[in-house]
Every structure is written in C-alpha cells, then in structure tokens.
Design a protein around this ligand. Structure first.
Ligand SMILES: Cc1cc2nc3c(=O)[nH]c(=O)nc-3n(C[C@H](O)[C@H](O)[C@H](O)COP(=O)(O)OP(=O)(O)OC[C@H]3O[C@@H](n4cnc5c(N)ncnc54)[C@H](O)[C@@H]3O)c2cc1C
Ligand code: SF4
Ligand code: SF4
Length: 430
C-alpha cells in the first residue's frame, strides 16, 4: 500500500507512536510477515531520537542511525504509515481492537507533494522553528526537517496569511487550503503503545525562572545547538550570539521533586548531561563546564566509564542542590546552590549559559480514550513488571519504550523487541 493511502484499514498490528520504540516493534512484526500500521501524531516519524545530536554512550550521530530505521519502516511492504494523525479512541470489540483516528489537515496533498520545497522558498512568513528549539525560523509552509519521513510539506494555519504564493508556485498543485480533518477507523488484532515522553514544562519551575531568564535553556534545546544541522551550526548562546565560556548543567531540574508531582528519577538526564558536556568540551575546548548534581546515576553498560571519561576531559561535578537561578549582568546567569561538597553552605556561581535537565513525563495519556491503566507515575501500567514487562491490563495491547516509564534508547529497543514478540505470540494464538 502506498504511503498516505488509506485503502485497506485492517491490520494485524497497530503501533501507536513512530519513535524508535515504535519503529523497532513495527519492523520486528513486519519482518515476520504481519501487516502493521504505525499511527504517529507528528508530521514525521522518528520521535525524539531523530532530533538528538549524538547518543550516549557510543557518541554515534543520532540522525545517522535513526534515519535508516525510519526509511526501513517507510519502505517495508508490510508497514503502512499514518502520520499527522490523532487517536480519538482505542477499544476492544470482540476479537478486534478498533481505533478511531483523525487525519489532521496538512493543507498539502501528500500524494501530490514531491518535497521540492519551492513553496517554502516562496512563502513570505517566518515563524519560530520548534524543531530547532525555537532558535531558528521556518516558513508557514514547511517540511518538518531535512530527513523527515514522509518528506512532505504542511502549512501551519496559525502562521499562514493566505497570500496564495505557495499554491501558485507548486509544480504539482499539491497545496489545498480547503483540506478538512478526516476521520477513519482502523482495526487490528493487537497493538503496541509506543507513545514515548515529553519533558516537564519549564513554566512549572518558578525557582528557575519559568523560561524567562535569558540564556537558561533546556537540554532538548542544547541537543539542537550540538546537532550537525543545528540552528547556528555551532554552539552560541541564544541571547546575544556569544560563544559561551562557562556553561552549567542543573540536574534533577524537573525530577525527584514532589512539588512538581514528579517524585521519580527520569533515568536519562545524568547521562545526557554528561554526553552534552563531553560534546561541548569538544566543540568549545576552552570552556569551563560544570554539572550541579544530587547523585550521578550511570547505571547502564559502559555508562560508569563514560562518566569517568568526562571527568578526565575536565568536566567539573559539583554536588549540590540548586535553589534559584537569577539573571546576572550582560546575559549571565547566577546559580545559587547549597553545596554538599567540602566548601559547604550556600554558594553563588556565575555562568554564561545554563542548561536545565528537565524530567520526563508520559507522551500520551489513555484516560478518556482507552481502557488502559496508568501507574502512580502516570506512565502506562505494566501488569507483570518482572516477568513480562510489556504486558498491559488490556488484552492484546503491549507497551514499549518511554511510554511505560523513563528509558534510554538501548532499553527502548530491547523492550520494543519484547513487545513485538508478545504481539506475534498473541497473533499466532488467535
Ligand atoms: C535531552 C535528551 C537527550 C537524550 N539523549 C539520549 C542519548 O544520548 N542516548 C539515549 O540512549 N537516550 C537519550 N535520551 C532518551 C531518548 O530520547 C529516549 O530513550 C527515546 O526517545 C525513547 O524512545 P520512544 O520511542 O519510547 O519515545 P519517543 O522518542 O518520545 O517517541 C514517541 C513517539 O510517539 C509519538 N506519539 C506520542 N503520542 C502519540 C499519540 N497519541 N498518537 C500517535 N503518536 C504519538 C510521538 O510524537 C513520538 O514520535 C535523551 C532524552 C532527552 C530528553
Ligand atoms: S507542496 Fe508543492 S511546492 Fe511544496 S514541497 Fe510539495 S510539491 Fe513542492
Ligand atoms: S499561502 Fe500561507 S503558506 Fe502559502 S506562501 Fe502564503 S503565507 Fe506561506
């Protein structure tokens, strides 16, 4: 079935979420000759991983290793992609799982669009590009990012001024300002929930300026500054374009914090901060880099060595709880912390750029849409967490990756393989 076509809507398996966990589960099932639908809410598959710079602990280029998986899923004869689709409900009806889905309007016909970008070049409107952490601009009509799959344009109706230039230039008449949402139903025997995570909102953290202090950025924004196709092609601080000399990371900036309702450890923040610090010391060799932490949790294979390597490279680790961030002079940020090192007491340090290691929250919540249960942490509940960690309380529905709780890429891949195995056993037993 061609990409974007919605011909036969009955599949063996539905995969909700096209991040690395969803792609891995889909490929595992499709390789066993099951027909698979991937339903993704964004305009491209790839999840968070396609937006990262390099990945711990190997420092592989993230988009270089994600793109082949995305392409393999898009070209697999047994996989159909449904991107830019919202799940209304997922319910068990007798032997089937029935998903009510809405195709959101792209205002571009995906079957006609050839991804030539002529429309982008002509569009006069510039808007902040969320894919680049808001540090660069995109047009009102745009292809989400350079290796997006499908490589098709869409219009953001909030930004569009309906000037008509894109429709006029488009060589295939793909632009359609009158496209409306389309509802359809998709039936599958089994499903894997792989809806991943979102980061804790900056606005929740009043002590850290709620996103209003210049040069306090999130770790996902730092991923973009470090990425090969980032907004500036080098690391500059957003406030004034200065090359930062003195960068700080604040750990547990949204995790292990009862007041935010996030009492758990987000598991990946220590490692991604260490990774970013190492990448920064490569791109800015003269910069001082400090990580303020409570504990360093380097639990995975090769992770402790990775942590030790960063210390050998000169990254400073300061044990202390950061109480407040305040704006300093000339775009500096003042970090007020309670030291648990030998110096002790309340200390204040000045940095050019501060990166917040925000916590991980569920990417999707089933309440009101599906009878799946969630745990006290609001991630999807698994009913046999030790012996069958991908089993949910809805018959034939499995969970993989960060949808079940904060998780790194290695664990997400492993879990996706396990969920696909459970799903294929379920299909074989029918
Ligand atoms: C700053 C940062 C740096 C990181 N660096 C590393 C690293 O170097 N190494 C490492 O191992 N891990 C790293 N991680 C963790 C890594 O991002 C996760 O392990 C990985 O993304 C989990 O994959 P996933 O597919 O489960 O979730 P995601 O990547 O979140 O993908 C979920 C997908 O589901 C889609 N979705 C959500 N809800 C719906 C819905 N209702 N319907 C349809 N689709 C939906 C989303 O749009 C998304 O495409 C980092 C995390 C952060 C925040
Ligand atoms: S909408 Fe038209 S102009 Fe824009 S990328 Fe697609 S084919 Fe090219
Ligand atoms: S109609 Fe909208 S999307 Fe198209 S060129 Fe004009 S502003 Fe851009």
């Amino acid at each position: 079935m061609s990409m974007g076509s919605q011909g036969s809507l009955r599949f063996d398996a539905l995969i909700l979420g096209g991040g690395i966990a969803g792609l891995e589960a889909a490929l595992n099932l499709a390789d066993q000759d099951f027909s698979v639908a991937i339903v993704e809410k964004d305009a491209s598959i790839g999840g968070k991983m396609i937006r990262l710079s390099k990945v711990f602990p190997t420092l592989d280029c993230s988009s270089c290793i994600t793109t082949p998986k995305m392409a393999a899923a898009a070209h697999h004869p047994n996989i159909t992609l449904f991107t830019y689709c919202e799940l209304g409900s997922l319910q068990r009806r007798d032997n089937d799982l029935v998903a009510a889905i809405q195709q959101k309007p792209r205002y571009v016909d995906v079957d006609l669009c050839i991804g030539c970008r002529q429309c982008e070049y002509q569009c006069p409107v510039l808007a902040p590009d969320a894919e680049q952490g808001g540090f660069a601009a995109r047009k009102a009509i745009y292809i989400p990012f350079s290796n997006a799959i499908p490589p098709k344009a869409l219009i953001d109706p909030e930004d569009c001024i309906l000037c008509g230039r894109c429709a006029k230039i488009c060589p295939t008449q793909a632009v359609n300002y009158f496209q409306a949402p389309e509802d359809f139903t998709l039936t599958a025997a089994t499903a894997v929930i792989a809806t991943g995570f979102e980061v804790t909102p900056l606005a929740d953290k009043t002590q850290y300026g709620q996103g209003k202090i210049p040069n306090v950025i999130t770790a996902l924004q730092m991923e973009r500054l470090l990425a090969p196709h980032g907004p500036y092609n080098r690391v500059l601080r957003p406030y004034d374009g200065m090359e930062p000399d003195n960068i700080a990371f604040i750990q547990c900036a949204g995790s292990r914090d009862q007041s935010l309702g996030v009492p758990y450890c987000s598991r990946v923040c220590c490692m991604y901060a260490i990774k970013q610090a190492m990448l920064l010391s490569g791109s800015l060799p003269m910069a001082d880099i400090t990580i303020y932490y409570l504990d360093i949790r380097a639990f995975g294979k090769g992770y402790e060595q990775f942590f030790q390597n960063s210390q050998a490279m000169g990254v400073s680790f300061v044990k202390g709880k950061v109480a407040y961030l305040d704006p300093g002079d000339n775009g500096a940020v003042l970090v007020r912390y309670e030291s648990q090192d030998a110096e002790g007491g309340v200390q204040v340090a000045e940095h050019d750029l501060v990166v917040l290691s925000l916590g991980l929250l569920p990417g999707w919540t089933p309440q009101g849409r599906c009878a799946l249960s969630t745990g006290t942490d609001h991630f999807i509940q698994t009913v046999k967490p030790k012996l069958a960690p991908t089993l949910t309380d809805l018959d034939g529905v499995f969970v993989a990756g960060a949808a079940a709780g904060p998780k790194d890429i290695v664990d997400s891949i492993v879990e996706a393989g396990a969920a696909a195995m459970e799903a294929s056993r379920y299909l074989a037993a029918r």
